[in-house]
Design a protein around this ligand. Structure first.
Ligand SMILES: Cc1ncc(COP(=O)(O)O)c(C=O)c1O
Length: 396
């Protein structure tokens, strides 16, 4: 039996493949520092777990409304309204199992073969995967290190045409840790205001930032009706395994997403939504402490990376990823990432796992202890030294 043709166009996330390779090496007795996976190494806050357990005991174990429980959507609408300085109501909210369905379902609902989608490259690999899967045309726009990983706005403008159906923005970004400045977001809004297209604004890291707060394109007057905001609980509440996320979008698109939900998931787990309610409306100290700790690690880890020969790491402004430029090592990103895993015992991702413009970079997730991050820098340093030595001996 052959798989449907569309399956040849769907991609994947390298992080999970590298994790499997790292685990195999560990099974052979090797020690690996894991900096490949993008999930907080903190527990879900205790009061959220308690709310989830109580919900199970109280019988929140059945189907719920496809769009999500109204009181939960109300709390989300209030949160998004406050944080983005806009007015949205519960009718514009779709609750789904994780952030990813807000990439998948709206794109499934909007894109026809031949439609063009502009997206950041390097970027979260699922963007390009879903675009290709649906037979639409991927139009990558590079993120520029010299612009703190924002876009070249003239280049972005030159990619717009009548076939452009969707633009994907992500800030703070995976994999670069960049935050797109407000003026650039406003410039993008200006470019698309009069065009018949939608913007998918992936704001899953919206509350993990270290400088200026990220700015949502939905906050620009007139843009709300053209924008799909993706956000969720995975990162800020360390709830990756609970599978809980949401989208804010115009009601006509909420209806389409609900139809796709009925056909796939029926609804998001009821007790998980109760836990999400406790997360959003309860104390926020745990999340704040987590972000403060990420900042401490970022400072130490990036300073360490910057001392390594051939490495140059801009300080990321958000998320929990460092994206050093490694061109100075003379190695390709993939060759270096493979060697660091197999020979140095440090698991990280090649920038090219996030698209062709990721060449010359590695992605490290610093969602790991300061001790392990320090050890990773030490191991990489030793490996780079060891690599230099034979060449030096050979040339003298
Ligand atoms: C940029 C970006 N968007 C969306 C997601 C998906 O998040 P979730 O695990 O909630 O589906 C991730 C997860 O790594 C991400 O990095």
């Amino acid at each position: 039996m052959k798989l449907a043709g569309r399956m040849s166009r769907i991609g994947t996330e390298t992080a999970f493949e590298v994790l499997v390779r790292a685990r195999n090496l560990e099974a052979q007795g090797r020690s690996i520092v894991h900096l490949e996976i993008g999930e907080p190494d903190f527990p879900t806050p205790a009061h959220v777990i308690a709310a989830g357990k109580k919900a199970l005991d109280d019988g929140w174990t059945h189907y719920g409304p496809t769009q999500g429980y109204p009181e939960f959507r109300e709390a989300i609408a209030q949160h998004v309204s406050t944080t983005r300085g806009i007015r949205v109501g519960p009718g514009q909210v779709s609750v789904v199992p994780g952030g990813k369905p807000i990439l998948f379902f709206p794109m499934l609902a909007l894109l026809e073969p031949g439609d063009e989608v502009i997206y950041p490259n390097p970027g979260f690999p699922i963007y390009e995967s879903v675009i290709r899967f649906l037979g639409a045309t991927p139009v990558p726009v590079p993120l520029v290190e010299e612009k703190a990983f924002s876009f070249d706005l003239d280049l972005l403008r030159s990619k717009l045409n009548d076939r452009t159906k969707l633009i994907i923005l992500n800030s703070p970004q995976n994999p670069t840790g960049g935050v797109i400045p407000r003026r650039d977001i406003e410039a993008v809004a200006e470019m698309v205001r009069d065009r018949d297209l939608m913007v998918l604004s992936d704001e899953i890291y919206s509350r993990i930032y270290y400088g200026e707060p990220p700015f949502s394109i939905a906050s620009v007057p007139g843009m709300l009706e053209k924008t799909i905001v993706l956000d969720g609980f995975s990162k800020i509440y360390a709830m990756t395994g609970w599978r809980l996320g949401y989208g804010v979008m115009p009601e006509w698109l909420v209806d389409a997403v609900s139809k796709l939900m009925v056909n796939s998931n029926s609804c998001t787990a009821s007790f998980t939504q109760r836990a999400g309610m406790a997360a959003l409306t309860g104390p926020q100290e745990e999340s704040e402490k987590m972000v403060a700790e990420f900042r401490r690690r970022r400072d130490a880890f990036c300073a360490g990376l910057n001392k390594l020969p051939g490495f140059c790491c801009a300080f990321p402004q958000g998320a929990f990823y460092a994206f050093p430029n490694i061109r100075g090592t003379g190695l390709s990103a993939k060759a270096l990432a493979d060697a660091l895993l197999e020979e140095a015992g440090v698991a990280c991702l090649s920038g090219t796992s996030f698209g062709e413009y990721g060449e010359g970079y590695l992605r490290f997730s610093y969602a790991n202890s300061l001790e392990n991050l320090t050890e990773a820098v030490r191991r990489i340093g030793n490996w780079l030294e060891g690599r230099k030595a034979p060449a030096f001996i050979a040339s003298t």
